[in-house]
Write a protein that binds this ligand. Structure first.
Ligand code: MRU
Length: 353
């Protein structure tokens, strides 16, 4: 994936988190160097770094950097610094469970180091190693998801995807785009249709860009064209990522995913959700319990336009995610294998594996 920049990496020598600013893509590939918790928080909040796995990884490195750049020496002070950083970073976005999962891992690793009576240097090393492990494991999980997902696809298929669940949204490779990249390597000749994904255009700006960088055949459509390409018989499978999978298989993902799932059911097209185990939240009983982020209405009325495209003062509803009901999902593809309905059972079995 040499042609696609890493979304998140650590420059340990400088003590900086390096991210590619995704708000500037595809026009500009600019790397940002972040040192403070506030900088990492802002980057997550404003989607400079985005995608459920990538924000978890960024937050984990954020906790490490908070301790590294602090003057905390005693175990108590270090734990307090890390905890304050984790609380702040957890408030950046509410929906993707990977953020909370990664922060919990960091806290647990630090707690274990404290129990062992480690020095400041040892605790720092433990935090850095844990954040790096979260990153590296994500890359491995994505590859494995790609293999499992590819086993469900056939050469020459048309595949529709929504938002961006590619390399930019993860450590590397992506979740929903992982099988596309593997298929590309193996000569599958997929034709990908990327929903532009209103209002923040992750499909147009990011998915179309990264697939083109990799030489994949991609066609961009507006979100409201998905029904037309399905009706024409151009789509044989839908592949999407997700931000949280509830225990019985309801899935939160980028706003518009639910509509795509409804359409896929109407046209008899399999609807596959790709999810690393870090996105599966067995403590969350159903989609109703998932907090859905609401964002600034100006993302709809004016963000991409030279002048506002809605009357001033109009009320706006701008949920960033929706929940696709388990009954609309053909399979949830994880790094551990493929879960099929009923998901309550299959997800639990996979997570225990
Ligand atoms: O608001 P975003 O761009 O962070 O939303 C991202 C998505 O909805 C992705 O589909 C999801 O996080 C999966 S990324 C592998």
């Amino acid at each position: 994936m040499a042609s696609i920049p890493l979304s998140v990496s650590l420059d340990d020598e400088q003590g900086e988190l390096v991210i590619v600013d995704q708000t500037l893509l595809p026009g500009e590939v600019r790397f940002l160097r972040l040192r403070t918790v506030e900088q990492v928080w802002e980057a997550i909040r404003s989607l400079r770094v985005r995608g459920a796995p990538a924000i978890g990884i960024a937050a984990a490195f954020g906790v490490y950097l908070a301790v590294r750049h602090s003057e905390a020496v005693t175990a108590e002070d270090i734990a307090q610094t890390a905890s304050a950083a984790a609380v702040r970073l957890a408030s950046a976005r509410p929906t993707a469970v990977n953020l909370f999962w990664a922060l919990r891992r960091m806290e647990q690793r630090l707690a274990a180091a404290c129990v062992l009576g480690c020095s400041r240097d040892e605790m720092l090393a433990a935090l850095r190693d844990e954040a790096q492990a979260i990153r590296d494991e994500d890359a491995a999980m994505c590859r494995s998801i790609g293999e499992h997902a590819l086993s469900l696809l056939q050469p020459g298929w048309g595949i529709l995807t929504h938002c961006n669940a590619g390399a930019l949204a993860t450590a590397e490779f992506g979740t929903a785009l992982a099988p596309i990249y593997l298929g590309q390597e193996r000569g599958y000749g997929f034709h990908v249709f990327a929903d532009e994904t209103r209002p923040l255009l992750q499909g147009a700006r990011l998915t179309a860009w990264e697939l083109m960088q990799a030489g994949v055949d991609v066609t961009l459509i507006c979100d409201n064209m998905a029904a037309t390409v399905m009706k024409r018989g151009w789509i044989q499978a839908v592949l999407v990522g997700c931000d949280r999978v509830a225990a019985y298989g309801d899935v939160a993902n980028k706003i518009g995913t639910l509509g795509v799932a409804v359409l896929a059911r109407r046209f008899g097209i399999p609807f596959y959700v790709c999810a690393p185990s870090s996105t599966i939240d067995l403590e969350c009983p159903s989609g109703d319990s998932i907090v859905i982020e609401e964002r600034d209405g100006r993302e709809i009325t004016s963000l991409w336009y030279a002048r506002p495209m809605a009357p001033e003062g109009v009320g706006v509803f701008n949920p960033a995610f929706d929940v696709t009901d388990a009954e609309l999902i053909t399979a949830i593809i994880t790094e551990k294998g493929i879960a099929r309905p009923p998901f309550g059972e299959s997800l639990r079995r996979l997570m225990q594996a």
